[in-house]
Design a protein. Sequence first.
Lengths: 116, 113
Amino acid sequence: AQKITQTQPGMFVQEKEAVTLDCTYDTSDPSYGLFWYKQPSSGEMIFLIYQGSYDQQNATEGRYSLNFQKARKSANLVISASQLGDSAMYFCAMRLLSGSARQLTFGSGTQLTVLP
Amino acid sequence: GAGVSQSPRYKVAKRGQDVALRCDPISGHVSLFWYQQALGQGPEFLTYFQNEAQLDKSGLPSDRFFAERPEGSVSTLKIQRTQQEDSAVYLCAAAVAEVTEAFFGQGTRLTVV
């Protein structure tokens, strides 16, 4: 079974600073995808970034980058130049890309607060 | 979330009451997922459809939970004889294909009193 671990229940960052949100995962399957979602207080899950297990380069999307360290089974999210609107819950998730299971497995989340 | 619409946004049910939660994905999103999110937790998988076929219902917590997607578009999650532990946010997600990114709706917050 797959497992996602997010060890930081809450994080604070000063506006315009960079912040790293930690995520480790566990799977015996070699083919998987890693996702980060943002969930503001409105409740909607917003897709941020994706990394495939066979991707050679770390994924980047604007101010978001994913620090993928396959040997350590970690997929940390880096947010550069934090903005007040980045304050939200952030979830790391994984999906297997082979076999029949297609659902996302989520971690418990990290509540990020950006301070002015 | 790219047009995935869920209704109602909030539902208060008395214990023992049946409820129906609706998910209306955007056209062309053949894959549809239901998740349950307890307060302060990450979402947990309930069930998965590809078009009208329910391919995986391994996450449904009991036989009181039932989901359908009869025409491969709108889906309904039904909970019979609700109990307090059913209180959660129910999220629907849709994707163009099985392994592409999933777009989520805003969820339905169910409170059982």
